[in-house]
Design a protein around this ligand. Structure first.
Ligand SMILES: Nc1nc2c(ncn2[C@@H]2O[C@H](COP(=O)(O)OP(=O)(O)O)[C@@H](O)[C@H]2O)c(=O)[nH]1
Ligand SMILES: [Mg+2]
Length: 246
């Protein structure tokens, strides 16, 4: 699942890289575009013609937030007759590199949910200013503190899930729309007793410098994280049946 807003230059190359990986035609790419004015959807349609049956485009009428776009895509992906075993989400601008997918898949053999983490050994960020790096680090410390979730990079948007994790996720309870959705989906997975693991990734700002993060989103995120424990409960459920390795 790749959320896009004004990613015309990136989305075609990303789809090509993803679909040229070793998984054969077992892998499909779903793009959730929010009516990008730059014509991202047209670039996706070109890719759909080049890779018939392997690319899907979910068009939403207006910019409604990264998190909401991915949720819409997950709902569609779960309902798809292909019955995907694993679902992933990643940014379109090559900040999240497709070559990491193999590592995610290996981790999904033994865990329910994998988060590409900048804050475990081997992970990191490049081309980030001091302010951006400090903000991200602080945000993650804050989430760990107020929500108690045992993950170092809760705000990372590069992730893989076993379908059971997303099937158990109550998407309609998530009221926030932007980047903070990451924190809430991870919290729900943890509360539901699923096993989370982090694998190191490097977050690159290579292809486009401008971020779409706004101050309103940051503020809303802080409020939302603080409320998680009260809305969902304090302690994770212990799952009665340990997860079957898939
Ligand atoms: N569909 C959709 N995608 C979005 C929206 N906002 C951001 N994105 C996408 O979410 C991903 C991350 O956004 P980006 O601005 O690169 O964030 P950053 O790199 O974390 O600062 C990119 O693929 C964007 O195109 C949105 O409102 N709707
Ligand atoms: Mg980016």
């Amino acid at each position: 699942m790749v959320p896009t807003y004004d990613e015309r230059e990136n989305v075609g190359p990303l789809i090509r890289e993803l679909l040229s990986m070793a998984m054969g035609d077992e892998m499909h790419v779903w793009v959730a575009d929010d009516g990008s004015p730059d014509g991202t959807a047209a670039a996706v349609r070109e890719a759909m013609a080049a890779f018939p049956g392997r690319v899907d485009l979910l068009e939403r009428p207006e910019k409604g937030g990264r998190g909401a776009a991915v949720i819409a895509a997950f709902k569609r992906g779960l309902a798809d007759p292909f019955h995907y075993d694993y679902l992933f989400e990643m940014d379109a601008d090559f900040s999240h590199h497709p070559r990491e997918i193999g590592k995610f898949l290996r981790a999904l053999k033994t865990h329910d949910m994998v988060i590409g983490s900048r804050y475990v050994p081997g992970g990191g960020t490049s081309e980030w200013g001091v302010v951006r790096a400090a903000l991200s680090w602080l945000a993650n410390k804050y989430v760990a503190l107020v929500a108690g979730i045992p993950v170092k990079d809760t705000t990372s948007g590069y992730r893989g899930y076993r379908r059971a994790v997303l099937e158990a996720t109550d998407f309609d309870r998530i009221r926030i729309k932007g980047y903070a959705v990451h924190g809430e989906t991870a919290y729900q997975a943890w509360i539901n007793g699923f096993q989370l693991v982090e694998v190191p990734i490097h977050f690159h700002n290579r292809r486009r410098a401008a971020s779409k993060l706004t101050f309103e989103e940051i503020y809303m995120a802080l409020v939302n994280f603080a409320a998680l424990r009260f809305r969902y409960g304090f302690r994770p459920r212990v799952r009665e049946v340990p997860p079957e390795p898939v």
